[in-house]
Write a protein that binds this ligand. Structure first.
Ligand code: MG
Ligand code: ZN
Length: 231
């Protein structure tokens, strides 16, 4: 009688972690229709499909991370959003673009400074961290793409690099070091090309400097000015 095969914990630890691209939905992946849950109104942003195909072809795992305060506001239900999500991920899969998982924040922003906010609404990094731990994602070699600076900040707080889709959707431009995008792009194709052209980040444990010593891998949020990627 053979023993049931148990997963070897050492092997699990050795599972290579993958690089991801976290995508904001509204205004980044699809045109922004406020609080929309009607699949018929889904329109991809220009060259979104081309950009995502490029990322998939280069081995990036894709996630959607989206703030959906319409749930807290009672404007639509979880079932409404689930229908929209199924339609959206189905359309992408038809194009050969698998979405690994979709994370949403159902909460409303705090109404005053004393009210505690949730840990998932961007600019908080909760959704990215959750995805990373559930799917073995290496955050320092991963990217967040979004159309406002809250997306950029969420990416940096999670330890990723960032692309701002600079298409006029950010209107406040409240700047801080965490809100400085590594790259600005006009379309998802431009974003994907810039990501592929960016300097790779060596995974921890593999980095060696020129004299052969291990390099301490930094998990602090990337500093765009040090990456030389701002333009
Ligand atoms: Mg957006
Ligand atoms: Zn939340």
């Amino acid at each position: 009688m053979s023993q049931p095969v148990r997963p070897d914990p050492n092997q699990q630890r050795q599972t290579p972690s993958r690089s991801a691209v976290f995508l904001d939905k509204d205004g980044t992946l699809v045109e922004n229709v406020p609080y929309n849950v009607d699949p018929a109104k889904l329109r991809f942003t220009p060259q979104a499909i081309e950009g995502l195909k490029l990322l998939v072809d280069h081995g990036y795992v894709l996630f959607i991370v989206t703030n959906q305060s319409g749930l807290a506001r009672g404007l639509f239900t979880r079932a409404d959003f689930a229908r929209l999500q199924a339609a959206l991920t189905g359309l992408l899969l038809d194009q050969g673009i698998p979405i690994q998982d979709v994370y949403l924040c159902p909460h409303a922003p705090p109404t005053n400074k004393l009210e505690p906010g949730c840990l998932c609404r961007k600019p908080a990094p909760g959704m990215l961290r959750q995805a990373a731990s559930a799917h073995h994602i290496d955050l320092p070699s991963s990217w967040m793409i979004g159309d406002i600076l809250d997306d950029v900040e969420a990416g940096h707080r999670a330890g990723c690099r960032s692309v701002l889709m600079d298409v006029g959707n950010e209107t406040e431009w409240r700047m801080s070091p965490l809100r400085e995008p590594c790259i600005k792009a006009k379309t998802l194709l431009e974003a994907a090309e810039a990501i592929l052209a960016a300097e790779p980040v060596t995974p921890p444990g593999e980095a060696e400097d020129s004299i052969g010593k291990s390099v301490v891998f930094k998990t602090v949020p990337p500093q765009p000015h040090l990456l030389g990627l701002s333009f």
